[in-house]
Ligand binder design. Sequence first.
Ligand SMILES: Cc1ncc(COP(=O)(O)O)c(C=O)c1O
Length: 370
Amino acid sequence: MSRWHTLTDMSPFAVAEHPSPTSPEVRADILAAPTFGQHFTDHMTVAQWDSDQGWHDQAIVPQGPLQLHPSTAALHYGQEIFEGLKAYRHDDGSVWMFRPEMNARRFQRSAERLAMPALPVEDFLTSLQLLVDLDRDWVPSPEGEQNLYLRPFMFGTEHLIGVRASHSYTYCVLATPAGAYYSQPLKLWVTPNYSRAAVGGTGAAKCGGNYAASLKAADEAGEHGCGQVLWLDGAEHRWVEECGTMNIMFVTSDGELLTPATNGNILEGVTRDSLLQLAPDHGLRPVERAIEFTEVQRRLLDGTITEVFACGTAAVVTPITGFRTPDGGADLTVADGQVGPLTAAIRQHLLDIQYGRAADQHGWLVKVSD
Ligand SMILES: Cc1ncc(COP(=O)(O)O)c(C=O)c1O
C-alpha cells in the first residue's frame, strides 16, 4: 500500500512512498559501480499543468512508466525541455545540490522559448529537495566523483496531432546515480556539415530537439577520431559556440579565461557561469566575447592560447587536447597535448566546492539532508 502524506504545510507536493523499494543489497551493487543514466532511484516527481487548472497534482510517487496516448503532443512536434543537475554527498554524509536555482530559472527560459508554462522556481526547488531527501540513500559516496544526477523535464501531453502549443503538460524528475561522465581528455571535431543553432532558433533553450539534431554530427566526430563536436555558428561557420553538451573555455598566455559570449545560440551553462566567477582565484580575468575559430587556430599555433577545456554539469571540466578540422590540414594540438595546470586546478576547485572540501564563498550549495 502506498503511504500518502504531505511533507510540509506549504509544499503542494504529496508523497507516496514506494511499497516495495529496491533492496539495500541491490542498491549497494548499483552504487558500487554507478554508470550514467541507466539505474533510477525508487521515486520520481510528477506534476501536471493544464490551461484550466494551472499546476496541480504535484507528487513524489514510485518511479515507473508513464502512460501516454499515441497522439501525445510531444511525440509529434517535440515540445519537450529538460534540465540536468547533481546532488553530492559530503564526507560527513550530508547531501547538497549545486546552484539549483540557476537550473530552475533556465527551465523557465526554456519553457518560455517553447511556448510552455513556467514552473515556479519554488516548485522546481521543492520537487528536487523532496525527491533527493526521500531517495537520499541512493546518493553515492563522494569517492570517484560519484553523485546523484537529477533530470527534471517537461513535455506537452495534450492528445493532439496539430501544430500548436499543447494545452496540457507533465513535469517529471528522475534521479540516477552517476560515476564520472567523461574522464578522458577530448579532441574536438570542427564539423563542416552541421549546425547546432541559428539566430532566432532554440540554441539557448535546453530542449530535446537540439540534442536529436546533434547526433549525426556526434557520429561524424567519432568517425574522425574525436570525442565531441565543436559547434561553430550556423550562419557563417566562423564563430566558436560550444561543444555537444558543454561550453568551451580558453586560457590565454596573458591571463584570460576566455569564452564565447552568450548570444541566444549558446546554452547558458551553470558551470560556465561558476568558472567565470572562480577565475580570479586562479589569477585569470574572465572574458566573454565573440571568438572566431581562425583566432583559435592562430593562437594555438603561436602559443598564446595555452589551455582549452569544456565544462558542464555532467562532465565538470574536460580538458581539450586538440582540434581536427575538415580542410585536410594538420590537427591542431593544444600546447603539448597534455592536461594544462590551470585546467586541472579549476576542475579540482569546482569539485572541492561541490563535495564540501573547499569554502563555498559564493553560497552555491543548497543542503538537502544531514
Ligand atoms: C549544449 C550544452 N551546452 C552547455 C552545457 C553546460 O551547461 P551546465 O553547465 O548548466 O550543465 C550543457 C549541459 O547541460 C549542454 O547540453
